[in-house]
Design a binder for this molecule. Structure first.
Ligand code: PBG
Length: 349
């Protein structure tokens, strides 16, 4: 055959690494870690193999395990000792995450990121303060012990936006006071980035960046996380504040608003089902783009691998590489440790 172009010429072992367009490094990754105030020992989470809840007393050891793989950053999620209607333990000076952050920032070299949200800390599991009608309904449901029989379609079951801002700002400041290097608001409250920036600045934390969950979709891929962090809404869902999976242009508007309010890093979440959005955000903004490879994306690869249907390490590596190829600079992923370990052990063929 008289072929002028033979793309296969660039696919030999010698040249593949030279023409590779995208690379993955342990320094691109942030590992989520769960710290639990209600336990003295590690509690495995069935749907999240390798990601136990750890007690505050074990958090330094857990973070050291992450660092040993070459990953340098962790994101802390807390399970509090008790929950209430306004999520008080999210912004308590001696809250579970604040205690863990103090220990990790004093005793390790990890870069510590704090997830700023209320859903793990509220008794109703929503990401903010409830509308009074929603609150009454929730109390009635709880009293009658019929929480499962929820009215998901009731439009009154939602959170108050503006009243939630102050609690998020307090949460962010308390985390920065406890040693967080960066805060990451994830509640999809309008104005959250501006409120947090202002509060951090007035508390003297002008150097603490904000990684905004700018385009966070109302996704079914958060299921295993809600087991892990015990943050499932007790009734209804999050569609009144998280984004509609059908919308991509709206993600650009969200990103623009967060940039105007002072976001330093822009996150898209989930990652794999939303790679078009990752690419869009990359093109629409010059700020660093993060993508969150969420719990459901992790759990489904594990489940398939357990059945022998795919090679877990190869599929995990390919997933993270695809997220970078789409335009992400950094990735939050439960695969951080395993992928970083194999990156350090081998050079990719
Ligand atoms: C909210 C928060 C959630 C996740 C990260 N931050 C849960 C939610 O919005 O329901 C999900 C992460 C994952 O699924 O891995 N605090």
């Amino acid at each position: 055959m008289d072929l002028t172009h033979r793309p296969r010429r660039l696919r030999t072992d010698g040249i593949r690494p030279l023409v590779r367009e995208t690379s993955l490094s342990p320094s691109d990754l942030i590992a989520p870690v769960f710290v639990d105030a209600t336990t003295d020992e590690r509690v495995p989470i069935g749907s999240m193999p390798g990601h136990p809840r750890v007690p505050v007393s074990g958090i330094v050891e857990r973070v050291e395990e992450v660092l040993a793989t070459g990953v340098q950053a962790v994101m802390l999620f807390g399970i509090p000792e008790e929950k209430d209607a306004v999520g008080s333990r999210a912004y308590a000076e001696d809250g579970v995450v604040q205690r863990a952050m103090r220990a990790v920032s004093e005793e390790t070299d990890a870069y510590v990121v704090g997830d700023v949200c209320l859903c793990e800390y509220t008794s109703h599991g929503h990401c903010g303060v409830l509308e009074s009608e929603a609150k009454e309904r929730w109390e009635r449901l709880r009293r009658d012990d019929v929480v499962e029989d929820h009215a998901a379609d009731d439009p009154t079951l939602t959170v108050k936006n503006d009243e939630t801002l102050d609690l998020l700002a307090r949460t962010a400041v308390s985390q920065a006071d406890a040693g967080a290097d960066m805060v990451a608001p994830s509640s999809m409250t309008d104005g959250m980035v501006g409120a947090i920036r202002e509060a951090l600045d007035s508390a003297g934390h002008t150097d603490v960046p904000i990684m905004s969950y700018a385009a966070k979709f109302e996704s079914s891929f958060y299921g295993p996380f809600r087991d892990a962090a015990d943050g499932a809404p007790a009734f209804g869902d999050r569609r009144h504040y998280q984004m509609d999976p059908a919308n991509a242009r709206e993600a650009r508007r969200e990103v623009q608003l967060d940039v105007e309010q002072g976001a330093d890093v822009l996150m898209v979440k989930p990652a794999l089902p939303y790679l078009d959005v990752v690419r869009d955000v990359r093109e629409a903004s010059d700020y660093p783009v993060a993508a969150y490879n969420v719990s459901g994306e992790y759990a489904m690869l594990h489940a398939a691998a357990e059945k022998g249907w795919l090679d877990l390490d190869a599929a995990a590596h390919e997933s993270l590489l695809s997220i970078k190829r789409a335009g992400a600079d950094l990735i939050l992923t439960y695969f951080a440790e395993s992928v970083a370990s194999s990156l350090s052990a081998t050079s990719q063929p």
